[in-house]
Design a protein around this ligand. Sequence first.
Ligand code: ADP
Ligand code: ASP
Ligand code: MG
Length: 818
Amino acid sequence: MKVLKFGGTSCGTTESIQAVLGIIKGKQAKGEKIAAVFSAMGGVTNQLLKAGDLASTGDTSYFDIVKGIEDRHFTVVRALIDVKAQSKVFANIRTIINELEDLLKGVSLIREISARTSDLIVSFGERLSTTLIYEILHAQGVDCQFLDARKVVRTDAHFGMAAVNFEVTNRQIQTYFAKTKSLQLITGFIGSTEKGETTTLGRGGSDYTGSIFGAALNAEEIEIWTDVDGMMTADPRKVKNAFTIPTITYAEAMELTHFGAKVIYPPSLQPAFAKNIPIRVLNTFNTDFIGTVVNRTAEPSEYIITGISSIDNLALVNLQGSGMIGVAGVSAKLFTVLAKHKISVILISQASSEHSICFAIEPSASASVKALLEEEFKAEIAEGDVEGIEIQENLSVIAVVGEGMRRHTGVSGKLFSVLGKNGINIVATAQGSSELNISVVIEKKDISKALNVIHDSFFFSQAKTLNLFLVGTGLIGKALLEQLKGQENYLSKYKALKVNLVGVMNSKKMLIDAKGISMENWEEERDSKGKTAEIWAFVEEAKRLNLPNSVFADCTANKEIHNYYLGLFEANISVVTPNKVANSGRYEDYALLHRTALKKGVKFLYETNVGAGLPVINTLQGLIASGDRFEKIEGVLSGTLSYIFNNFKAGVKFADIVREAKVKGYTEPDPREDLSGMDVARKILILGREIGLRLEPEDVEIFKLLPENCEKAPTVEDFFKELEVSNSYFEAMVNEAEAKGEVLRFIATLENNKITIGVRSIGKTHPFYMMDGADNVISFTTKRYHDRPLVIKGPGAGAEVTASGVFADIVAIGSYLA
Ligand code: ADP
Ligand code: ASP
Ligand code: MG
């Protein structure tokens, strides 16, 4: 014998009921002996509760609700029962509906609803759905009977959550079944007291009915048919990567369901457990799927944990005071009074100092619990032994569950670290001594992010997803997306990293989609679906989404966007950028940014601030971290100035070289922006700060390259004319150098805490003597690289190489993720 239970989701519509009928008939065809328990049609229990409430205030719109319920049942009758047989069935259902209407009318007359009446009202949900299914099967010639569970399930009079009297119930079920051979169609959720009053077993209680019957009848298995593929590693509605757990123990299932996995109502496990009856959770809409078996032991699994679940809304009560230390009996008194008032405690945590006890409850109980405890601990509060009762609302609890945790160390470490890295604050924790469950209380706003990061870190320890918000889709941004797209397989295979493009914005349009934007069609998607670009709105949305492992890439040259970095760090979003503005402004702002990133555990990476894709900053940081000391930094840090001086020789006009550089696209539209040395100043300032110097922009001393007439020329063309006019000035410079066998280079130098920038004449032994094209070169003279400096040289500008530097920063964040 098997007992099958079909949930509200399986009994909700004509199509789902057809699926249910198919399952029942399929079992019968195979000769299996079964009984079936049904929930109310999905949503009906809530509607009945609402109807009761409305009636109790005299609001007659309860009528519409009842009409709606009737319609849903009639619709199924019309679809699944032969026309000739329909009128009798309509009449039968109508009789039940009439009884419900009379009851609600009574409530509306006396304007009062008791828990007892409420239970009677909701019982109609299961009575109607089960009658409906009985009528259909009966009309189809199946030998079956309708069994109102109130006939056999005996409970106490705790309405809304009645306790079952198993002795009487088991006997009555056994006696009843002994007398019949027909297929029994049983109402879930309801029972009755000794006096014949209708009771309910608690929300979700049809599962319990299934288990009660299964145990009483010594069934070989209890099947819970629902709308998902069995019990899953997390609620699939909240965690998109959740997957089916093939086998799970009663104890694990108890922990998961107690902490919110509503796929099984927790009390249902007890009767099955007591008799060692396996519970199989199956999907009505995917009948071939094997589902989950709950049993005494489970198959060994490759994962340390079995699943995670959550209760999304709860309150934490904190009782603390110095007078509680070492005083026996505070907890005893506390929990006795809670039990007496039937307050259910979801989780308890006590610091070992015994200075405080905190426990989690349903938020609806928080006001009454506060009053209750203030009364109970009146004397202790007056004495000052207890400081008071504090309630914290808007919290959630997550339970990480699994027998495998007993054999593993470091599970809590991993859990806390993944939460920490994602900026999720842990308000309280509790670990049962059975080591079957670790629970953490967090703020409600973080629940979805927390569930997903915990889930992925325990079940997909290999694969990490990074959520990317990209601002700036010019040459660098575009090249970056190209590279990310091209390397997708590589990243997944060798770095176990998936980059999910969530937001993309240029100066005109912005698009954010948490599900991800295609790396192929991002441009079209942004332009067709995007909104008008507003950086503040883009940043706010990035924060609001609160996605795990978020990275903001600023691939613009914009001077304002850096003002948002601080807020992004505060929201636990890392920043990657080639934009130098943030790092080269006032020292105070710079320091605050870096401090905040450190404090929040997020990354701020900007390798491309100096030398584009060349590994300058990472190398420098590596040297510092390993204890090296910097004595001098020198660099040719501008591709433009590099090109100009690499080609400027005696006999060549300086103006011609500058013009050539402009034509080749190496300079800004006005070459004076490069020749002023300002950009180089920003880069060397950044390097100075990296080695720990507290430098301000004005500490950089620039020896001007251009004579005043060139600097002051009103237009670019005038500027070139003035360069010609000043030709002898440049000629003298290069002649003097060549006379000594030297060359000119535009060099930034940091030595003795001082930064100077300007043209220098250098000899053959200098590492910058041999230069080509528009290369950048940086040399580090340190305690270790003392006699011969460490030199980094190569192309230091261009979209491709800059993008690859940004790419490397993004991948670096990926490898840091938990
Ligand atoms: P029924 O009407 O069949 O009783 P319920 O809504 O009571 O269905 O329970 C099934 C729902 O439980 C699923 O749709 C799913 O969203 C939710 N759920 C929560 N946690 C889990 C989990 N760990 N595994 C499967 N389902 C879960
Ligand atoms: N219909 C009841 C409820 O909604 C019982 C159940 O579905 O299990 O709570
Ligand atoms: Mg349910």
